[in-house]
Structures are given as C-alpha cells and as structure tokens.
Write a new protein. Structure first.
Length: 185
C-alpha cells in the first residue's frame, strides 16, 4: 500500500520513491516515471501506473528483482533505456497500443519473462532490448517495426520471431541466426 508521502512529484514527473516496496500504485497526475526512480527497490512486487503516464524513464525499474507484475496505462508511448533491466521475477507484460519505442536494454536480463505483447505501433526495438530473456520463446514482431537493434533478442537464442515476409524480424533472424516463422495474411 502506498501513501502520498512515498512519492516526490515535480511538474508531473515522479522523481523519487520513498516507500517500502510491495504493491505500489502511483498517484493520479503523474505523466512520467523519472530516471531511476525505483532502481534497486528489491522489495517492489507489483506496480500500477495511472492513465496519463506517457513515458517510463531510463532505469526506472532497474534491478527490481522481485517485481512480478506491472500494469501500464494506454497512455504510455515510450519505454526508456534499461527501464526494466534485470527485473528477474517479471513473467509477462502487455505493452499498450500507443507504445512506439522500446529503449536499449529495456528488458535486458528479465530471465523469467515468458510473454510480451508488442503493439502494432512499435517501430523501434533498441539494442539488447530482450537479451538475457531466456524464458521468452516466441514473439510476434509487428509489421511497422522498422529497426531492431544490435542483439535485441540475442544471437542463436531459443527464441522464434514471428512476422511478415520481408519485415525487420526476418532480417534480424537471418543476421543473428534466430528462428523466423512467417505470418500469413
């Protein structure tokens, strides 16, 4: 449970968290999760963000090793670099339809991550974004993705990328020796 005193909010940006972790609900009025706000909060288990948050800042949940679930509002557009880096207990996440960019190392080392749903509007997947996600076996890459960064899913990993023929996923799979399965119309 969270208290208003657990949060420092400046001009809509959550800049600091002073709470004890557990199950946290960010208060209404927050529009951005600042850099490193929950970084290293090992007792954080779940988090709910309010509608209106558009950006998850760099290293926002870095090394929150007990984080199991996060509820993202439809308003989120950008997932910052290393946003969920080494969140080893995170098993699944659905990114809202408005997300267009997944930063470098955004989900790096999320070794328990088994499922992620990428929205159709994503067009950039950063370098090493899903490297070290050993439990992630299948991921559908939307047609709109124009760029998949260096080793975004690792090399020779056990993952199968699903996408349309000629898409960025097919090129990535060829370049990095991953499996690719063509999606039919």
């Amino acid at each position: 449970m969270s208290n208003a005193s657990d949060f420092v909010i400046e001009n809509g940006v959550l800049t600091k968290y002073n709470g004890n972790g557990g199950d946290v609900t960010i208060p209404d009025g927050v529009t951005s999760i600042g850099v490193g706000v929950f970084s290293g909060c090992v007792s954080l288990q779940s988090i709910t963000l309010p509608e209106g948050v558009t950006r998850i800042g760099n290293r926002a949940f870095y090394d929150c090793e007990s984080l199991q679930s996060i509820t993202l509002p439809e308003s989120v557009r950008r997932i910052g670099n290393e946003a969920f880096y080494e969140c080893r207990s995170l098993q699944s996440i659905t990114l809202p339809e408005g997300v267009t960019s997944i930063g470098d190392k955004a989900f790096y080392g999320c070794s328990s991550l088994q499922s992620i749903t990428l929205p159709e509007r994503v067009w950039i997947i950063g370098k090493w974004a899903f490297l070290g996600c050993e439990s992630l076996r299948d991921i559908v890459i939307p047609d709109r993705v124009a760029w998949i960064g260096y080793l975004a899913f690792g090399r020779h990993s056990g993952i199968t990328l699903h996408g349309r023929k000629g898409c960025a996923a097919e090129k990535y799979a060829k370049d990095y020796d991953c499996r690719f399965k063509e999606l039919k119309e």
